[in-house]
Design a protein around this ligand. Structure first.
Ligand code: ADP
Ligand code: TRP
Length: 331
């Protein structure tokens, strides 16, 4: 049985791209009985960027509700909120003391994030700089063997292995399991309403948890279609409607829609209506579940706390190994 660990960024309500490209595949992996999965919402990392308590809290709930609504079996995997197991912050401190500043300065993510800040160095907080050490702690604290990550996180995994080895060398004892990165290319690329990659930053997302009225407005307003007359043939690939329809209703239904568009007598209004219905009906169970969870934050907290308790048991043992190796007492 392999122990897999993934940290989930909580950046708001997951959109169709996140759900189909990342969340659904991760859930099927987590629900696989051959794996032991640790999944947590990285809300302590969020503090490097978000300085609003309600946003921080609400983002976590929205992400947790989305994972549960899409079928994550919280009994089979250890599903928790990073801030509910603060032992990671303790371990991050220890790791900080073994990792050279000069290496952290080479982090791509740090360079990218700080390059975009308007007032430069003045707004770069130290948390942003030491982010990779907290991430290393997230991983090492649970003896994780495999960590599925996107390409942008590969360097952080190298840092994790590096800092673990540095501590081993310095203390002449092996306390950590060295994790392996598992590269995860998004198997699919979900187009946004403007035809580019769906992304929060482009404001081209489809939020499938929205109510049907809001979905209708968004699809009608944001997908630009040409003004070809109803009876004329249309190019099915001139906008993202058929591609989105394929992802939601299946390839066969989308091929039929494309044929109708090419034949003429079938308008973009019809196609958008079909897409809307597919989104509303196709995700009705997930939408209901999502709303049920969001209306009962006590229940969400209970799920996350139960996960945190199981995570803390593992964390406790690993942290004691480290504490003893460093010359502190086991707690
Ligand atoms: P966003 O671009 O909206 O900020 P993130 O970069 O936070 O999304 O991505 C979170 C996860 O969702 C990543 O694993 C990413 O690969 C996946 N993802 C995001 N957008 C898409 C998309 N349009 N198609 C497929 N997967 C996506
Ligand atoms: N840094 C990761 C990201 O931006 C999130 C994360 C935090 C993470 N801790 C982790 C991912 C531990 C994997 C393992 O996506």
């Amino acid at each position: 049985m392999a122990r897999i660990l993934t940290g989930i960024q909580a950046t708001g309500i997951p959109h169709l791209g996140n759900l189909l490209g990342a969340i659904r595949p991760a859930i099927s992996q987590a629900n696989d009985p051959d794996n032991e999965s640790f999944l947590f919402i990285a809300d302590m990392h969020s503090l490097t960027q978000i300085k609003d308590a309600n946003t921080l809290r609400d983002n976590t709930y929205a992400v947790a509700a989305a994972w549960l609504a899409f079928g994550l079996d919280a009994r089979r995997s250890v599903f928790y909120r990073q801030s509910d197991v603060p032992q990671a912050a303790e371990l991050a401190w220890y790791l900080n003391c073994f990792f050279p500043v000069s290496r952290l300065e080479l982090a791509h993510s740090f360079k990218d994030k700080t390059a975009n800040l308007k007032d430069g160095a003045a707004s770069v907080n130290t948390g942003l700089f030491t982010y990779p050490m907290l991430m290393s702690a997230d991983i090492l604290l649970y003896d994780a063997e495999f960590v599925p990550v996107g390409k942008d996180q590969m360097q952080h995994l190298e840092f994790t292995r590096d800092v673990a080895k540095r501590l081993h060398n310095a203390m002449q004892t092996e306390v950590f399991v060295l994790p392996e990165a598992v590269t995860q290319e998004s198997v699919m690329l979900v187009p946004g309403l403007d035809g580019e990659k769906m992304s929060k930053s482009r404001d081209n997302t489809l939020n499938i948890f929205d109510d049907p009225k809001a979905l209708k407005k968004r699809i009608n307003k944001e997908i630009e279609t040409d003004a070809t007359a109803l009876e004329d043939p249309k190019d099915p690939d001139s906008n993202p409607v058929t591609r989105l329809y394929a992802l939601v209703a299946g390839d066969a239904a989308a091929a039929h829609m494309a044929d109708q568009l090419r034949a003429g007598g079938y308008g973009w209004g019809h196609a958008k209506k079909a897409l809307l219905e597919a989104v509303v009906d196709g995700f009705s169970t997930e939408r209901d579940e999502y709303n049920r969870w969001m209306a009962d934050r006590g229940a969400l907290d209970a799920e996350l706390h139960a996960g945190a308790q199981r995570a803390a048991e593992v964390a406790h043992g690993v942290l004691n190994r480290v504490r003893v190796a460093l010359g502190y007492g086991a707690l």
